[in-house]
Design a protein around this ligand. Sequence first.
Ligand SMILES: Cc1ncc(COP(=O)(O)O)c(C=O)c1O
Length: 397
Amino acid sequence: MAGNADSRGTVKGVDRLLGDCSLDGLRRRRSEKWAEYPPDVLPAWVAEMDFDLAEPIKDAVREAITAGDCGYPHPQGFGAAYAAFAARRFGWAPDPRRVYAVPDVMTGIAEVLQGVTRHGSGVVINPPVYPPFFFRLRLAGRPVVEAPLARDAGGRYHLDPGALDAALAREDVAAYLLCSPHNPTGRVWSRDDLNTVADICARRGAVLIVDEIHAPLALPGARHVPFLSVDLDDDLARRTFTFTSASKGWNIPGLKCGLAVVAADQAAAALEERWEALLPSHLGVLATEAAFADCAPWLEAVCGQLDENRTLLAKLLAQYLPAVSYVPPEASFLAWLDCRPLAAGDPAESFLDRARVAVTSGTGFGEQGRGFVRLNMGTSPALLQEIVRRMGTAVAA
Ligand SMILES: Cc1ncc(COP(=O)(O)O)c(C=O)c1O
């Protein structure tokens, strides 16, 4: 990164692993983030990062292609690689035999819900939350029941045990889908939070699905607690499914591989009988294994950069958009900006029309997201600065 160049302009240290996020290079990418808008737009929307890929991931995919190794996936080594990573990173390791590769997190969640709950039964979610939680569940025939997060006077979000309990008490509700760490608020839930969730789900008999896709990106000061490391009663363990992935942490969602992790035979059986619907991409499996086994330095570099970016963003907002408030995320690269003091209408539309910056409108995250936008700061400090400077012109104009 330019900010870490020494006096001769040489990029030094771990940041070399992330590359320079040059606009020329990024505009050649054909993934959704960079392909969706015309070249005068700076994209800060969908959850892709702008950094170079980690070398061991490139090697794994390159070697497979060179060897013509593009068949169906085989899980050999996959569970062990994740278990070793989880032990190092979270101080907890699952049984490698209970780690399953799946095509992606949302497909895994939808398949499991279709397998273990009745058609038409409700699933509780905590808006504001990742938009596909709303529409993917609806498409799977599982209506959404909302237990919104509580928001304190400082703009920080919290799980609301009363709202969760009331939602899970409903006759028509069968399951709870928890996002941990939470997108878009960036909250990392504490062990106490998770114990409370476990107690409520145990009492209400709910199936529990935990989406831990952002867990590898818990930033300095926060510690992600894997849900399965919490003390669960045996009944709840039988109906608990956690999902994670290397797709956010190492920026490889296009390779199509996520993980389901369970702690009981009954949950394992629900995954195993769906093996054919849950086949991931072979290249994704290889890349994911490489990420967990060989890419710790890259992950450290990215977490360091995101830590710097979340602080920089606060300064840039104060300079260019002082009416907008934000609480720095505890995990990942998504910033949830409260733009309600700005002019009426969807702020994402005016940032696009007037500043040529694409951010994600808060409205897709639920009613609670009206007047908010989600900004992707998984980029260089220089591009982040240009994004926020431009957004400031939309307001000043
Ligand atoms: C909370 C959450 N879950 C799931 C996904 C999508 O993951 P996948 O592509 O593995 O379905 C995302 C992507 O940003 C996400 O933020």
